[in-house]
Design a protein around this ligand. Structure first.
Ligand SMILES: Nc1ncnc2c1ncn2[C@@H]1O[C@H](COP(=O)(O)OP(=O)(O)OP(=O)(O)O)[C@@H](O)[C@H]1O
Length: 231
């Protein structure tokens, strides 16, 4: 589904990403971990063509993301609040996306119903601009937006960050449900090893831009990651 080849990103002298080969299969829940500055966000930005790699390429369903826009209809992403429209309320924002994605009002209603628990009555119908929402509620809006329009791939950068414990548990359930029902390919970066190992089938560990572990065996993910991070 997503193929990285000979991917390198360099800022002046510093090589911040160096991934010779990596394939993410359809329906996989792919977790990305690594310490601050390891290159997780840079990798997500390159996949979304928000940042250009110094060399190498990313393809989604065989399409080079920097040469063709067709992959964009398959992908939903929430990396940070810059992806939102801060001057709208959450309801106005979802309504705007509904029109962009060509969904019916009923489609939008049924999509947002999936987020009732996660929103916890703090997001919809509030007459509050997105810019005035708490960091956790901003994140919830971004995640709900990323999952709109039946994407085949959903990329979430640090989805658990700033969420209260109840919301973290609700989000985990929601991702697991979507993964089961919609066969979405998830790419999730996280510093929360418990959450990411619980929901992901595969964890890639980045260190200084390089893949140093590619863990697919659920039973040993946590121990291998703990061994690395306690190093
Ligand atoms: N525009 C830029 N100019 C120079 N260096 C950059 C730029 N963007 C990112 N970097 C560097 O690239 C490296 C990787 O950063 P990145 O944000 O991808 O890491 P990360 O794994 O997402 O970190 P964190 O866990 O802190 O979010 C860092 O050393 C960062 O300073």
């Amino acid at each position: 589904m997503i193929q990285l080849s000979q991917l390198k990103k360099q800022y002046k002298e510093a090589i911040v990403l160096d991934i010779p080969e990596l394939e993410i299969s359809k329906g996989e829940c792919f977790g990305l971990v690594g310490n601050n500055g390891a290159g997780k966000t840079t990798l997500f930005r390159i996949i979304l063509d928000l940042v250009r790699a110094t060399s190498g390429q990313v393809t989604i369903n065989g399409v080079d993301v920097k040469k063709d826009e067709s992959w964009k209809s398959l992908v939903g992403a929430y990396l940070d609040e810059h992806m939102l429209l801060a001057y709208l309320t959450a309801d106005e924002y979802f309504e705007t996306l509904r029109k962009i994605y060509g969904l019916s009002e009923a489609d939008l209603k049924s999509h947002l119903e999936k987020f009732t628990e996660l929103f916890n009555d703090e997001v919809l119908g509030k007459k509050k601009y997105i810019r005035d929402l708490s960091k956790g509620n901003l994140k919830k809006v971004g995640i709900a937006a990323a999952l709109m329009g039946n994407p085949e791939v959903v990329m979430l950068d640090e989805p658990f960050e700033n969420l209260d414990p109840s919301s973290q548990i609700r989000l985990k359930k929601l991702i697991l449900r979507e993964k089961e029902q919609s066969k979405i390919t998830f790419l999730i970066s996280s510093h929360d090893l418990n959450h990411v190992t619980e929901i992901c089938d595969r964890i890639v560990l980045l260190e200084k831009g390089k893949v140093i572990r590619d863990l697919r065996e659920k039973s040993e993910m946590m121990s291998k990651l703990e061994a690395y991070f306690t190093g």
